[in-house]
Design a protein around this ligand. Structure first.
Ligand code: UT7
Length: 312
C-alpha cells in the first residue's frame, strides 16, 4: 500500500461568457443587492449553446496534465464527477478519455451532485493507495445552466458552468490524510431535477439549514479524526453554493475568514466543478504551502456530503 494520495497538479476551465447580477435583473424579478446579500454571488459563467461538459472537462484536464509534467499515457484512470453528462451514455469520462486520446486507462462517471468531486477523489485515493492505479485524472465538470428554469428566481441566479481537474498520484510523505463520504436519499425531493421539464427545483432554506448542520458536524469530525486542533487547519476549500453557508461552517470550527478559499462571488454554484475550480484558483496563486493542512468539504442533492483532509 502507498501511504498517501497526493495532488500533483490542478487545472481549470471557465466559459468565456460572464453573466452578472445586473444582467439577471432584466431576466427575472431580482436585484444585485438581494443576490449579493443572500448568496455572495456577483457573477457566474455560462457556457455557449454548443459547449458541453466534455468540452469543459477537456480544457481543465489539459491544463492539469500540462502542469503535472506527466505524459497523458501515464494516467491509469479517469474519475469524472458530473450531473450534466453530454450523453446518457457512453459516460462523459469515456468521451473525455477519447478526446484526450488516452489509451491505457479506465474511465467512469460519478454522480453525487455537488458532492461529486469529493466522491471522485475518495475513490481515486482508494485505487492509488491499493496500487491498482499509479496516476489518476479526477475531474468535476458541469453545464448546470442547461438545467435552469430562467423564469425561476429561486434557482436561476445561483448556478454557473465550468470544470476543474486534478492529477493525483502516490506519495510516502504527504497527501490525503482522511476522506469521509455519506448520503441520505430520504431528502431526494428537497433539491432535484423535475423529470418532466428537466429543471432544478429546490427548497432553498431547508437545503441551507441541513447543509450548515451536516457540514458543521463533518468539519469538526474531520479535525478530530486527524487529531487536529481547530487552529491547526490552514485552509478550507469548501463547495461554493452560498457564502453564508461557508461562513457559518467556518464559524463552527473557529476558522478565520482569511483561511477560506471563496470563489462563489465570481463562479456561482458550479456543482461538482466548484471545489476543483476553487482549489485551482488558489493553487495558481501559490496560496498553499508545503505542509499546509487543507480541508475540502461539500454538500449536495441526495443529500450527499463529504470531506477530505490533506497535507499539501
Ligand atoms: O449546492 C447544493 C446545495 N445548495 C445549496 O446549498 C443552496 C442552499 N440554499 C441557499 O443558498 C438559500 O436558501 C437561497 C440563496 C436559495 C435562498 O436564500 P434564503 O435566505 O434561504 O431565502 P428564502 O428562500 O427564505 O427566500 C426569502 C425570500 C422569498 O420571498 P418571500 O416569500 O419571503 O416574500 C423569496 O421569494 O426571497 C425571495 N427570493 C428572491 N428575491 C429576489 C428568492 N429568490 C430571490 C431572488 N431575488 N433571486
Amino acid at each position: 500500500m502507498s501511504k498517501f494520495t497526493k495532488i500533483i497538479s490542478s487545472g481549470s476551465y471557465l466559459p468565456e461568457k460572464i453573466l452578472t447580477n445586473k444582467e439577471l435583473e432584466s431576466i427575472v424579478d431580482t436585484t444585485d443587492e438581494w443576490i449579493t446579500e443572500r448568496t455572495g454571488i456577483k457573477e457566474r459563467r455560462v457556457s455557449s449553446d454548443d459547449e458541453t461538459s466534455v468540452d469543459m472537462a477537456y480544457q481543465a484536464s489539459i491544463d492539469a496534465i500540462n502542469k503535472s509534467g506527466l505524459k497523458k499515457d501515464e494516467i491509469g484512470a479517469i474519475f469524472l464527477a458530473t450531473c450534466t453528462p453530454e450523453r446518457k451514455f457512453p459516460s462523459t469520462a469515456v468521451l473525455l478519455q477519447n478526446r484526450l486520446n488516452i489509451k491505457n486507462a479506465f474511465s467512469v462517471d460519478l454522480n453525487a451532485a455537488c458532492t461529486g468531486f469529493v466522491y471522485a477523489l475518495d475513490i481515486a485515493k482508494k485505487y492509488i493507495e491499493s496500487k491498482q492505479v499509479k496516476y489518476a485524472l479526477v475531474v468535476g465538470t458541469e453545464k448546470i445552466t442547461s438545467l435552469l428554469d430562467w423564469t425561476d428566481r429561486n434557482t436561476c441566479v445561483l448556478f454557473g458552468d465550468g470544470a476543474g481537474a486534478m492529477i493525483v498520484g502516490s506519495s510516502d510523505t504527504a497527501g490525503i490524510l482522511s476522506s469521509t463520504i455519506g448520503s441520505d436519499g430520504s431528502y431526494k425531493d428537497l433539491l432535484t431535477v423535475n423529470t418532466d421539464l428537466e429543471y432544478i427545483e429546490m427548497k432553498g432554506s431547508d437545503v441551507f439549514k441541513t447543509a450548515v448542520n451536516t457540514l458543521g458536524q463533518l468539519a469538526k469530525h474531520t479535525l478530530e479524526l486527524n487529531n487536529l486542533e481547530q487552529g491547526q487547519l490552514d485552509w478550507l476549500v469548501p463547495h461554493q453554493a452560498n457564502e453564508r453557508i461557508i461562513l457559518a461552517i467556518a464559524k463552527k470550527i473557529s476558522l478565520s475568514h482569511d483561511k477560506i478559499i471563496i470563489t462563489v462571488n465570481k463562479h456561482g454554484n458550479t456543482s461538482a466543478a466548484s471545489i476543483p475550480l476553487a482549489f485551482d484558483d488558489a493553487n495558481t496563486k501559490n496560496t498553499f504551502k508545503s505542509g499546509d493542512y487543507i480541508m475540502m468539504e461539500a454538500f449536495g442533492a441526495g443529500f450527499t456530503w463529504g470531506s477530505i483532509l490533506l497535507r499539501f
